[in-house]
Design a binder for this molecule. Structure first.
Ligand code: GLN
Length: 298
């Protein structure tokens, strides 16, 4: 199994409720994956303040104040480190990829779980309901959120093995299913210099898409390339700095439902995750077709 949820808000009046709505959706998917969970939140003013880059980091035993001082010295401008549960959120007035590289160089054992202008990623091992509370998710705000509840198939139950995989700037992927030929694609990416943080199949998909975007493809073309290259079962939700996209494999055996109103677009593995959304009773509902790319842009 594994559960996917996502909410792309069109109506700014709902931005203050993003965390509350996403928490309800995520917790409803707990029985699809109770070993790990994670979220990607776009636009929370404290987790990812406007005007600076944010890097989301898991680093046991690293002190936030010390890390902030070391990073300030490393990048030559003021870096600030806040916490959301066990996650360190590093903020600084430099390019997000520069800040992420500085974190990796300064704290080599740290796990960078997301970076961008607008994105905060929180993930870990444990029951989704407990993790949502630890993250402080119910009070988060923003314009877009993605969540995942994991039942591991392809790699160990560790923080690095949990989703989302946010491996490119402001990008994120969550996955229900399993890719079969991922070791081959991983070797090809490694030959191009791509580095991996886990043995997870989804990480290979996320790094493949990140590479396509870096090569100049748009999200829809990158996902078509993924369908052409990867063999296996998948429902994927892929988000970016301004977009939200869904794709399923040719057999589409992993469930997915999309609901759309003038105020929001939402996606989940099962309809029950959507029932708490305001206006769901009049939403346009559909099941995504196999190998068709659905993308919504801000
Ligand atoms: N149950 C699933 O859908 C698992 C997703 C992915 N293969 C993982 O192990 O993380």
């Amino acid at each position: 199994m594994c559960g996917i949820v996502g909410l792309h808000l069109r109506n700014p009046d709902l931005y203050p409720r993003l965390g509350e709505l996403l928490t309800g959706m995520l917790c409803e998917m707990e029985d699809r994956g109770a070993d790990s969970a994670g979220v990607a939140v776009y636009g929370d003013p404290t987790w990812a303040p406007p005007g600076v880059a944010t890097v989301s980091v898991l680093a046991d035993g690293v002190d936030a104040t010390t890390l902030a001082e070391q990073l300030t010295a490393a990048v030559g401008s003021d870096v600030d480190v806040t916490t959301a549960g066990p996650t360190l959120l590093v903020h600084g007035p430099v390019e997000a990829s520069t800040l992420a590289a500085a974190v990796r160089a300064t704290a080599p054992d740290a796990l960078v779980i997301g970076f961008g202008e607008d994105l905060a990623v929180l993930k870990g091992v444990g029951r989704p309901r407990d993790l949502a509370a630890t993250f402080g998710l119910p009070s988060a705000q923003g314009w877009q959120g993605v969540g995942h509840t994991r039942m591991a198939t392809e790699s160990a139950v560790t923080p690095a093995g949990s989703h989302p995989y946010a491996v490119g700037p402001d990008q994120c992927m969550v996955h229900n299913g399993s890719f079969h030929n991922y070791p081959t694609i991983r070797r090809e990416l490694e030959a191009r210099g791509v580095r991996f943080d886990s043995g997870n199949d989804t990480e290979v998909g996320a790094r493949f898409v990140a590479q396509c975007l870096e090569d100049g493809l748009d999200v829809e073309t990158a996902l078509k390339e993924l369908c052409r290259t990867f063999d296996g079962f998948y429902t994927l939700l892929v988000s970016n700095r301004d977009s939200f996209a869904v794709v399923r494999d040719a057999i589409a055996c992993k469930p997915a439902v999309v609901a759309e109103t003038d105020d929001w677009v939402a996606m989940a593995s099962e309809y029950r995750a959507l029932v708490g959304l305001p206006g769901i009773e009049s939403a346009r509902l559909f099941e995504p077709e196999p190998e068709r790319i659905y993308a919504w842009t801000r």
